[in-house]
Design a protein around this ligand. Structure first.
Ligand code: MG
Length: 388
């Protein structure tokens, strides 16, 4: 199966009119990140999935960028069906299997993805399904006020997404569709004569639709996350003839920091703090100073790599606290620029980044102006199953 190419399409083109939110619901925050970011990362971290296309509404490019950064996107159509078709066409032909997922179902487990992909060994498609447990009944005159007859629930299922398909089957079903607007993709493959497997769905996969769903989803998410806090510390030497990069900002000064990469001692301390929250070693583990490719490198990439390891596990960065220890330069005039740059790199709000400075009363190497030290603390939340 290693040569099998599996892609995913996330349908995120809706306007979210029913959610009561000012922004389309897929861009509304859930646990500090857009709902779409949860869906995207769940697919991205599954080892079988190599490509992801997000189908967005016209004019949602900036919202997408804010939610998940630079990802592959296409503009959807007037209906869900046309949006999925746009995603399928964007993938082209070099795909064997595709998962089609609604952005508004953020709690997607690897277990569900595994079951769907396994079913494609013998079927054209597969859908997650939950049996109906409640009694089903009509009302007497569609008035919603008087109970009418019950409907047999035997064999009835609620069908969720993602839905998985052999790519040629779903592409042909879409290109050849002549019926009424379908509510999902599996019925299109069935209508074209394909066989679609039922695999066990997941109550966590419920779609977020109404305002009350957000509160329930927040509670679900909170229940799965564990807070971690870790610290980082770094020192670099001040030397004449070097640029002074501090907190991702170039600061005019008569000396600069020398050493590994651009020697941004502040970003290095924060990177180590972030790596510490997931027990992922330290900056030297990931970017060895002995490796010439990191000479003079922009330390922003180290910071963003550490952040991606956390978000890739479904984690959330809550807060960064940095203390710079030096006599010169004065940090105050650059504090806001550093805070904004660090927040930008970590996709946080400026209020989630604290920058402090102190001297050592002219004592020690920092007091003599021989170097700058930085210490950082990072607080994150990571899913319970990733925290051990
Ligand atoms: Mg360093």
């Amino acid at each position: 199966m290693s040569s099998t190419t599996t892609a995913a399409i996330i349908v995120a083109a809706g306007t979210g009119a029913r959610s009561g939110s000012a922004v389309p619901k897929q861009y509304a925050p859930l646990g500090g990140r857009a709902i779409l970011a949860h869906s995207y990362e769940a697919l991205q971290r599954h080892p079988a999935i190599g490509r992801i296309v997000v189908v967005i509404g016209a004019g949602q490019e900036a919202a997408l960028q804010a939610a998940v950064g630079d990802v592959t996107a296409v503009i959807g159509g007037a209906t869900r069906r046309l949006s999925v078709l746009a995603g399928l066409e964007a993938l082209g032909g070099a795909v064997d299997r595709v998962l089609i997922h609604d952005a508004a179902r953020p709690f997607l487990s690897a277990t569900v993805i595994d079951a769907l992909l396994a079913a494609l060994d013998t079927r054209d498609g597969a859908v997650p399904a939950l049996p109906v447990a409640d009694t089903l009944a009509r009302d007497t005159a569609l008035s919603g006020t008087l109970l009418g007859g019950t409907v047999a629930r035997d064999g009835l299922h609620r069908i969720q997404t993602p839905q998985a398909f052999r790519f040629p089957a779903i592409l042909a079903a879409h290109r050849g569709w002549r019926g009424d607007e379908p509510t999902d993709d599996a019925q299109m493959v069935r209508a074209a004569g394909g066989a679609v497997a039922l695999v066990p769905g997941d109550p966590m996969l419920e779609k977020i639709t109404h305002p009350a769903d957000f509160a329930a989803a927040e509670a679900r998410l909170e229940a799965t996350l564990r807070t971690r806090m870790a610290t980082g510390f770094d020192v670099h030497r001040l030397e004449v003839g070097e640029e002074l990069w501090l907190g991702g900002v170039l600061i005019p000064h008569d000396k600069g920091l020398s050493g590994h990469s651009d020697a941004d001692v502040a970003l290095h301390a924060i990177t180590d703090a972030l790596l510490g929250t997931i027990a992922a070693g330290d900056i030297g583990t990931h970017f060895p100073p002995s490796d010439p490719q990191w000479r003079g490198a922009d330390s922003a990439q180290f910071l963003q790599h550490a952040a991606s390891l956390i978000t890739g596990r479904g984690g959330i960065i809550d807060f960064i606290d940095l203390t710079l220890i030096c006599e010169e330069p004065k940090v105050g005039p650059h504090r806001a620029a550093m805070r904004d740059r660090i927040a930008e790199l970590l996709r946080l709000k400026p209020g989630q980044v604290s920058i402090k400075a102190t001297t050592t009363e002219r004592l020690g190497f920092t007091g003599r102006g021989e170097g700058i030290a930085a210490q950082a603390a990072a607080t994150v939340r990571v899913p319970e199953d990733q925290a051990s």
